[in-house]
Design a protein around this ligand. Structure first.
Ligand code: SAM
Length: 290
């Protein structure tokens, strides 16, 4: 189904039920989500944006037919992309993230008292507004007061950040449309240059089960720039296959030596045992990355 047909990408009526089908042709599968109610739909200059009340995961942000974050398991993604770098950096004062969505990682970063400024770079102003209207159920005054929201292309913004960045989170979507610029070699180099002397970055690096090639490329590009590169993984039930990877690259501290005592106490998923465990890779991932 195509938006150009006057219909929403991925949504299909089946009898009396509405379903969202995330079409994954390169994986030879589709992932289906039963929709109780379509809450919002619009086409922005960048993409088709919708918010649906799903039967399994509560509210879900969908971009061009692809689920991005859900109410019921979004906290796993937000905590896992944020805290491993935050406990590793010795003094993360300036945090930035590219790909804003519902600003979940900004709320997690704001839990650290030493953070003075958070820059969120989201190319699509409509995504920010839609998330504010439909997904902002866990607001944080501290995050709001620290956050500078930029509606800009992250690949360009990162070439001239306002201050050197201590922790930079790359919360990118799949490598199509506006996100394609966040997968180029030049972008990785700009990320390295934007970081302070002991800076750390974390890339959302995809499904190791379905896209090992993508994970390998991310790891190789980071290894060509940073002295310390470590992939870690978690389980995100609403994502295809569940298993998801992130890759951390550091100019200084090794994340295996991070200071767990700095971890905030109000996390729902991450704890002091999960952080070192997340870096333990199953053999099929480890051997592909060796
Ligand atoms: N985890 C997020 C959340 O909590 O909502 C989902 C964010 S989604 C994976 C990626 C976001 O990156 C989208 O909102 C998209 O509009 C934005 N984006 C895509 N390309 C971008 C670019 N070149 N610069 C900045 N943001 C971009």
């Amino acid at each position: 189904m195509k938006a150009s047909d006057g219909q929403l990408i991925g949504y299909e009526k089946e009898g009396s039920e509405l379903w969202l089908w995330d079409d994954l042709p390169e994986l030879h599968m589709e992932a289906g989500y039963r929709i109780d109610r379509l809450l919002h739909y619009e086409r922005s200059p960048y993409q088709e944006i919708s918010v649906a009340e799903t039967a399994a995961f509560g509210r879900m942000l969908v971009l061009d037919g692809v689920p991005q974050v859900t109410e019921k398991d979004g906290y796993i993604y937000n905590e896992m992309i944020t805290h491993l770098a935050m406990v590793t950096h010795p003094h993360p004062r300036h945090v930035a993230m590219i790909g804003g969505g519902d600003c979940g990682p900004a709320r997690e970063a704001a839990k650290y008292t030493e953070v003075e400024r958070i820059d969120v770079v989201e190319i699509d102003a409509r995504v920010s507004e839609v998330c504010r209207l439909w997904l902002n159920r866990d607001p944080s005054e501290r995050a709001d007061s620290l956050t500078h929201l930029h509606h800009a292309d992250g690949a360009k913004w990162i070439r001239k950040p306002p201050v050197p960045i201590d922790v930079l989170l790359i919360d990118r979507s799949d490598p199509y449309g506006p996100s394609a610029a966040l997968y180029t070699k030049a972008f990785y180099k700009s990320v390295y240059d934007s970081l302070s002397a002991d800076g750390i970055t974390v890339f959302q690096s995809g499904s190791p089960f379905f896209d090992m090639k993508g994970l390998r490329i991310t790891t190789q590009r980071l290894r060509s720039l940073f002295p310390v590169v470590r992939t870690y993984w978690t389980a995100i039930p609403s994502f295809p296959g569940g298993m998801w990877s992130f890759t951390l690259a550091s100019k200084g501290t090794d994340p295996l030596l991070g200071c767990m005592d700095r971890l905030p106490t109000d996390t729902r998923y991450v704890n002091k045992a999960i952080i070192p465990a997340a870096f333990e890779l199953p053999n099929f991932i480890q051997s592909a990355l060796d």
